[in-house]
Design a protein around this ligand. Structure first.
Ligand code: TMP
Length: 217
């Protein structure tokens, strides 16, 4: 079996940069790495992603939104994540089940039980071995995310960036509560530091855990 690492955090926390740097470091060390993301990660789930992030879909109901995330995840887990783990790869996934708890439960207010049930259905019991939470101030993250959208070409994936500061604050608090509840799985890093400082903190933790994993087996 491989090793499954997920990256989480609010909009603009810097996780996409960090996950790319980590993939390069691990590949340079000779590991087989699969870099993927949610929503998306395979052609069918990418089509669901386009619906979920399109700002024109402002009428999307919270329950419909939740079911679309679950549908995309079921496809992605079966088509990408499980096969990669079975072949011994390290899977780095930009967002996973914790995002659904933070956004759809803490953010939107959907009951946690419903989300837990859908998450376990979609994942077929596949859980992350380790989760990196990049924590940052909600205003700072949102500002960065909005600047990135303005600078980008292609479809504007900004349905969540248009949400209020209060929504993003609830999401951040939701993530911090998850990290507190599962301190063995989560590594929380301060997203307000420099890219290099954050990367050193993450890679140190990841390499230590990978060394521990090989020592145990
Ligand atoms: P990102 O790829 O830029 O991180 O965008 C994904 C967006 O989807 C982000 O705003 C968080 C949101 N999201 C959820 O609301 N629930 C989920 O389960 C996942 C995976 C993402």
């Amino acid at each position: 079996m491989g090793y499954f690492i997920t990256f989480e955090g609010i909009e603009g926390c810097g996780k996409t940069t960090q996950i790319r740097l980590l993939a390069e470091r691990l590949q340079a060390l000779g590991h087989a790495v699969v870099l993927t993301r949610e929503p998306g990660g395979c052609p069918i789930a990418d089509k669901v992603r386009a619906i979920l992030l399109d700002a024109e879909n402002s009428a999307l109901q919270p329950l419909a939104e939740l079911l679309l995330y679950a549908a995309a995840r079921a496809q992605h887990v079966a088509e990408v994540i499980q096969p990669a783990l079975n072949s011994g790869s390290i899977v780095l996934c930009d967002r996973f089940t914790d995002a659904t708890i933070a956004y759809q439960s803490a953010g939107r207010g959907i009951e946690r039980d419903i989300i837990d049930t859908l998450n376990s259905l979609a994942c077929q019991s596949q859980r992350p071995d380790m989760t990196v939470l990049i924590d940052c101030d909600a205003r700072v993250g949102l500002e960065r995310a909005r600047r990135r959208i303005e600078a980008a070409s292609g479809p504007r994936e900004e349905r969540f960036e248009l949400e209020s500061h209060a929504f993003h604050q609830r999401v951040r608090d939701g993530y911090l509560a998850l990290a507190q509840a599962e301190p063995c799985r989560f590594v929380t890093v301060d997203g307000n530091s420099s890219i290099e400082f954050i990367f050193d903190a993450i890679s140190e933790q990841v390499l230590a855990r990978l060394a521990g994993k090989h020592a145990v087996r």
